[in-house]
Every structure is written in structure tokens, then in C-alpha cells.
Design a protein around this ligand. Sequence first.
Ligand SMILES: NC(=O)C1=CN([C@@H]2O[C@H](COP(=O)(O)OP(=O)(O)OC[C@H]3O[C@@H](n4cnc5c(N)ncnc54)[C@H](O)[C@@H]3O)[C@@H](O)[C@H]2O)C=CC1
Ligand SMILES: O=C(O)C(=O)Cc1ccc(O)cc1
Length: 388
Amino acid sequence: MPIVSQEDAAPARTTTPSLATRGPVLIVGSGLIGASIGLALATHGVPVRLSDASPSALALARDVGAGQPSADADDGGDVRLVVVAVPPDVTADVVARELRAHPGAVVTDVASVKGIVLEELADADLAAEDLARYVGSHPMAGRERSGAAAADADLFAGRPWVIVDHGSSSPDALMAVRHLAVDVGASPVQLSAREHDEAVALVSHLPQVIASLVASRLQGAPESALALAGQGLRDVTRIAASDPQLWAAILVGNAGPVAATLAAVRDDLAALVSALDEAAVHGPLTPGSMAAASGVVARGNAGVARIPGKHGGARRTYGEVTVLVPDRPGELGRLFGEVGEIGVNIEDFQMEHAPRQRVGMAVLSVLPASVTPLEEALQERGWRVVSA
Ligand SMILES: NC(=O)C1=CN([C@@H]2O[C@H](COP(=O)(O)OP(=O)(O)OC[C@H]3O[C@@H](n4cnc5c(N)ncnc54)[C@H](O)[C@@H]3O)[C@@H](O)[C@H]2O)C=CC1
Ligand SMILES: O=C(O)C(=O)Cc1ccc(O)cc1
């Protein structure tokens, strides 16, 4: 996300925007998620006010065009929607504070854990009519970088956005949060706090812990070993670059479901380690060791086949076209432009780099029927296509 001057940033407007969400919207916590929501709304003309405990985080979010600091806001009117986008351990306190501060507003939060926020809110001594204006939510999109510098207006496009009715959320409040999700391009999914927390323990919190554990084994590895790293290691460890403090709050905030999921992995791991120990001592053909090893990989095959496609629908099998791309500025953009001119949609994309080579391999996922025509058209245009 490029830094833009305040003059270039989307202006706050009071005119009726094209979205269902009505402003002013106040975003409390203008880091990665808060600023991404602010950008998505502000670029469609919704007036967005920002606040943050950190003045520098606030200034950065303003500079990327995510909205106006609430102290400077000149958009008139009362806040209609407050989005709390602070770390999970302070979320309930901030939600309670904002419910009291804006008696006419719907308040939502985007914390990655939902049960603990509800438990803490129950202790906040809020009036029933105030609690009715609160709806928990969680956009299932993010990245391994924090802060507004990594914000992206398209972060939520095509992603699920979980909405949690705590039992006495008002229909108007639920509708306002659904509108927010849809307006930023996401698909609302209603779940209970418990259903949410158990689901994210498996699909989000477990992958984070495993990525971190794998990457932590690399700390003392010799350079000569690291130089052999390929795409598999990069795929498994991308999210190991995440913020330790934020993730500590997420993991302890969802301690029960995360511990249960990790215990199941520990049992699978213990069985494999014991089979491999036997094979190490008695040889690779020791009875049971092949079955134990292939079982781990085969059960992984079955699991990975169940991950839905990029917009949450059934997983599609795409064909791949691999193209060698010179390691020069602009070459990838030229490739994408030419694939567009050829009339083929890129469904997914991966860049693979071999250490010390001056080319990268762009792996384009396209509909199976497009593979051969695309390969031929790219070759005619002078691209080096790697045959499957
Ligand atoms: N990072 C991710 O990929 C995702 C994060 N989330 C959730 O979104 C929330 C925000 O996460 P990020 O934007 O990634 O974090 P971030 O670190 O980029 O931003 C959090 C911001 O909150 C501010 N803040 C902290 N305490 C505050 C307080 N008491 N009052 C006002 N501001 C305060 C910080 O100064 C910071 O600017 C978290 O609850 C997280 O669980 C949800 C989906 C994805
Ligand atoms: O980067 C990824 O693949 C993610 O899955 C990001 C993410 C991180 C935390 C969340 O609460 C939700 C999504």
C-alpha cells in the first residue's frame, strides 16, 4: 500500500455513498485490519474517523488514506458504526467504552477470538440496551504483517466474515454488521462464539503454531542447509513472520480449543516419531514403519483436498502454466498484462525462486481448458514456458 498525502487520500464526504453502510464510521485501532476497513469504506465515500492509542499508528493510517483522525473529523453527525480493531486482550474494554461513548451507534469488533470477548463483556456491567448494540465479528482475512503500512482495501474481497449474535444482539445491529462485511467485499457467515472459536482453532490458530514451530527449527540451521530451501518450506512458514504479541493474545484467548487441536497433532506426531525411531534402529523395512509414514501423508492428502477454493466454494482443480520470468523490474507485470491480452483469467499464482538464479518461475493456475492455448500463445510472444 503506497503512502499518499492527505490531499490525495479519499476525502471524507457526507453525501450518500454507494454502499449500504452509513457513516460516520469510527475505527478504533488503526493498524492492519482497522486501516484496511477504513480504506475500503473511504474509497467509496463513506466518512471514516480513526482513533488509536498510538499517535504514530494513527498518523500512518491517515497517510495511507484510511480516514480522518477523529479529533480532526469535519464530517458532521453522530457516529453510526464503531469498528473496534485492537488486540484481543483489550477488545472487550474498548467495546464497553465505545458502547457508552456512542449511545446511538452499533459497535462491532474484529478480534480473532470471540468467546473471551463475550465473557469479559458480561463482567463490564453494561445495560441490556447497550449490549444489544454490540455484535462480534471476525473477517477471515489478514496477513503476517501488522500496522497500516500493510493495509489493503481489497483484503476482505471474497473472504468469509464471521458474525456472532450473542443472543441479544438487536436485528438492526446484526444488519449493520452484515452491511459492513458485504460493503468491503466479504461474505457474512453467522456462527455462535463457540462454533467460531473451535473452527478458527483448526483453520487459523493451528496453522500459525505449526508454521512458527517449523520456522523456529531453522534458527540454528547452517547456511548450507538453508540455501537448499524450496517452495515447500516457504509455503509452510509464510505466516511464521506474524506479530508474536498479537498471536500470543490470540492463542491464550482461545486456549481451550487450541490446546485440544494441538494435543491431537501431538498424538499423531508421537506415533510417527516412534515408528521412525524403530526404523532408524532396525532398518527402513521394519514392520509398521512404511504404513505409519504413508498414513501421515495419505491422511494429509485427504485433508488438503477438503480445503475450499479461493472464494469459499468447492475446491476446483486448475491447470498450471509455468513461465520463466527474468529477474528484472516490470517483467512480472508484463507477463500478467500479456496473459490478460490473450484473454485468460489467472485463478491463482505462485512465484518460485531458485537461490542465486537470475530467473524466477511464475506458476499460473488457470482453467484446465486454457492451459494449452495459453502455453502456445505465450511461447509465440517469446516467453519461455516450462512443460509440465
Ligand atoms: N492480523 C490479522 O491477520 C488479523 C487480525 N485480526 C484481529 O484484528 C485485530 C487487530 O489486529 P491487527 O490490525 O492485525 O493489529 P495491528 O497491530 O496492526 O493494529 C492494532 C492497533 O490497535 C492499537 N491499539 C492497541 N491497543 C489499543 C487501545 N486500547 N485503544 C486504541 N488502540 C489500540 C495499536 O496501536 C495498533 O495500531 C486483532 O484483534 C486481531 O485479532 C482479525 C483478522 C486478521
Ligand atoms: O495470512 C493468512 O493466511 C491468514 O489466515 C490471516 C489471518 C490471521 C488472523 C486471523 O484472525 C484471520 C486471518
